[in-house]
Design a binder for this molecule. Structure first.
Ligand code: F6P
Length: 385
């Protein structure tokens, strides 16, 4: 695994791709500080993900560049979930969009700057391109990033815990207004095809009903749970629903299709849909009104929490250690709190992360301890009475 050429490394570059999350700046800071302080490498940061690599837009990264960014959400390097340089849209003379492989331009830019290794921080789409750059001979180390926490070879991704904090605090806030008005409050959260955010956020925010993609629900069972709670004196109710939740034999609720994105489908709208159904099934019986809130992008922003600052630091520092040891074409992982790595080939593009690889993504076990504990304390998943 150790590449003999690795001792020649003098200069590395990094970029962030895909959708943002809290903890990215913690990773950037850790990469830069480890590279400079431990290995005396020079560091360049490409701006806007792969687009910066293609357009040669970069900034030299110094200890000063990363000073004061640790706690901030987002990424100082900016990012994009488009710009696949192996399938890049270019408008021809007739105004039509054609797709070309422009990765050679990026490789030329790396050569021009004498970059010895590239640290790529991103999700499935970004790391699929990282795999393709590795196949083209570029020395690449990948760092997985997602608030969805669904990367298979790693037990936790940075950004997830900060997103959970947002969900918990939002559910706390919804409780007081739900109580005041005797209402049913629905909170829709992100997570794509994995229910981790709704499940752990819902438990922490004491939801009465949690709906997740891994456990298809029956809206009649959800309605009966709320009516039953009402009859026992619980005059308000809280539902936490994952954007990827779907009814038994039903479909995903798609909000929009984003052309040019590796995973074109954007989910959203299930909360409103459930609200309409409960208006018919519950309101005539209990008189409770129903309101739905979509927490949306708030989950990805704000101040990075303690856990994600530390986790981001571990991911970033380990990535640079991997560069120094010549462990290329690999993605940083964490298992049983120990940093390690897997081949990028084994986890992307067809793949185990995100939508392109629903089958392999790390999803909630419907019979696992977490779901069982939730059921034990009376939380309904809308699947059984
Ligand atoms: O994968 C992270 C995530 O925030 C999902 O939870 C969400 O479905 C999606 O990205 C939103 O993507 P975009 O930023 O392109 O709207």
């Amino acid at each position: 695994m150790v590449d003999n050429m690795s001792e020649k490394i003098k200069k590395i570059a990094l970029l962030t791709g895909g959708g943002d999350c809290s903890g990215l700046n913690a990773v950037i800071r850790a990469v830069v500080r480890t590279a400079i302080l431990k290995y005396n490498y020079e560091v360049l940061g490409f701006i806007g993900g792969y687009h910066g690599l293609y357009a040669d837009e970069y900034i030299p990264m110094t200890l000063k560049t990363v000073s004061g960014i640790f706690h901030q959400g987002g990424t100082v390097l900016k990012m994009s979930n488009r710009d696949n340089l192996f399938h890049f849209p270019i408008t021809n003379d007739d105004g039509e969009v054609e797709y070309h492989d422009v990765s050679d331009i990026a490789i030329e830019n790396l050569k021009k700057h004498e970059i010895d290794a590239l640290v790529i921080i991103g999700g499935d789409g970004t790391l699929t391109s990282a795999r393709d750059f590795a196949r083209s001979g570029i020395k690449v180390v990948g760092i997985p990033k997602t608030i969805d926490n669904d990367v298979p070879a790693t037990e936790i991704t940075f950004g997830y815990r900060t997103a959970l904090d947002h969900i918990m605090l939002s559910l706390d806030a919804l409780h007081t207004t739900a109580y005041s008005h005797d209402r049913i409050m629905i909170l829709e959260v992100m997570g794509r095809h994995a229910g981790w955010l709704a499940l752990e956020g819902g438990i922490a925010g004491s939801a009465d009903v949690i709906l997740i993609p891994e456990i298809p629900y029956d809206i009649n069972i959800v309605a009966r749970k709320i009516i039953d709670r009402y009859n026992r004196g619980g005059h308000f109710a809280i539902i936490c629903v994952s954007e990827g939740a779907k009814p038994i034999s039903g479909k995903l609720t798609v909000k929009k299709i984003v052309e040019g994105s590796p995973d074109k489908i954007r989910l959203g709208g299930i909360g409103e849909q459930i609200a309409k159904q409960l208006e018919k099934l519950v309101q005539p019986i209990t008189g409770q009104e129903i309101r739905s809130t979509n927490l949306g992008y708030i989950q990805r922003g704000g101040v990075t929490n303690t856990f994600d600052r530390v986790l981001g630091t571990k991911y970033g520092a380990h990535a640079v250690d991997m560069v120094a040891c010549g462990e290329f074409g690999r993605m940083v992982t964490i298992q049983n709190d120990k940093m390690s790595s897997v081949k990028i080939e084994d986890v992307v593009g067809g793949g185990q992360m995100g939508e392109t690889s629903k089958g392999g993504a790390r999803r909630v076990n419907p019979n696992g301890d977490l779901v069982n504990a939730a059921r034990d304390i009376g939380i309904s998943f809308g699947d059984e009475e």
